[in-house]
Write a protein that binds this ligand. Structure first.
Ligand SMILES: Nc1ncnc2c1ncn2[C@@H]1O[C@H](COP(=O)(O)OP(=O)(O)OP(=O)(O)O)[C@@H](O)[C@H]1O
Length: 324
């Protein structure tokens, strides 16, 4: 662990109880995030990305079967904290989450200025005038006219509402902001505006980000590092440039080959097959039945193999002895 490490996640599990059995949505995930670093968690729909965010922020549904592992934020062990102290000392103030589609979850009958300062009013008991002065600052920061403080959510465009939600996440100056698909409901130009805003915020505030997305193009905008998820597990975590130019895991390679590019000699190759069910995931490597490099050893659960300073790959091809 480096002294720049802000968040350290070790062997995190989040399983849900359902009538059909236990869904292993997050199943042994480990990674870290440094200060002022953007980690993109990339993966196809249903691989457990939102569940990972929910486990980190304790926004858990009632049917949780198991949450376990170790999550450390700048030396504070989060999973060991009581719900009450987590809510008082961590949520919003040290770590904020912009949930998927949260711009549509703003309260329609409360002015946006009032909603943005709620974390300060409720958690820090700031008086209204002080909180509203901070709202002005944070609206300016995210590029929303302060005239809009008095408006209701439905009077704002989708892009503006997304900026308001970001302002709310930033209002108490958290060290880490988790963004779950922050641009997926927006048109392409508005998406680009939000991504540029995030880049500027990262530069100016020094905040760390975890950006969750299924979209390789969006991920490449902000990422310093990439963690690729597949069927509840991280299969590769690497520096962004390395990941995009020389992906190591067979799934990473296939994912990159499936992305259409403007100047490309080869046609994009679709990834055939389906990921396994998380109800009873197969033993051994979960990607094995879609993997062109599958060999005998893949019947065993692959270790997370270190490939350099901060790169890890969950694949037997990189173990001693290679593909034997
Ligand atoms: N409350 C729940 N109860 C049971 N299963 C759930 C629950 N929430 C999510 N799941 C299941 O957990 C798995 C992971 O879901 P999750 O939403 O975390 O994935 P995701 O990668 O974020 O997908 P998407 O991008 O489509 O939101 C899926 O199989 C999903 O159906």
């Amino acid at each position: 662990m480096s002294d720049r490490t802000l968040l350290e996640v070790e062997d995190l599990h989040l399983h849900y109880q359902t009538r059909r059995g236990v869904v292993r949505a997050v199943d042994g995930v480990s990674f870290d995030v440094r200060r002022n670093e953007a980690l993109v968690v990339l993966g196809e729909s249903g691989c457990g990305k939102s569940s990972l965010a929910k486990a980190l922020m304790r926004v858990l549904p009632r049917n949780v079967h198991q949450v376990s592992g170790r999550v450390t934020l700048d030396g504070t062990e989060l999973l060991a904290m009581s719900d009450e102290s987590f809510r008082r000392d961590v949520q919003w103030v040290r770590m904020a989450l912009v949930m998927q589609a949260s711009m549509n979850a703003l309260n329609p009958v409360v002015r946006v200025g009032e909603q943005v300062v709620e974390p300060l009013r409720v958690l820090r008991q700031w008086p209204r005038a002080r909180a509203m002065a901070r709202a002005v600052e944070v609206f300016e920061l995210v590029g929303v006219s302060t005239d809009f403080l008095q408006r209701y959510p439905l009077e704002l465009s989708g892009g503006m509402r997304q900026r308001v939600v970001l302002a709310m996440a930033l209002v108490a100056e958290p060290e880490l902001v988790i963004l779950d698909e922050p641009t997926s409901a927006l048109d392409v130009l508005t998406q680009a505006g939000i991504m540029n805003l995030l880049k500027r915020l990262k530069r100016e505030l020094g905040t760390s980000f975890i950006l969750i997305t299924h979209d390789v193009a969006t991920s490449s905008e902000l990422a310093d590092r990439v963690a690729l998820m597949y069927a509840g597990q991280i299969v590769e975590v690497a520096d962004a440039v390395q990941f995009f130019t020389e992906p190591a895991h067979p799934y990473s390679k296939m994912l990159m080959a499936s992305v259409p590019r403007l100047r490309q000699e080869h046609r994009p190759e679709p990834i055939l097959g389906q990921p396994p069910s998380l109800l009873e995931p197969p033993s051994g490597c979960r990607f094995a039945d879609r993997c062109p490099s599958c060999f005998k050893r893949c019947a065993q659960d692959p270790k997370f193999i270190r490939l350099g300073d901060r790169r890890r790959v969950r694949c037997w091809l990189y173990a001693e002895g290679g593909d034997r």
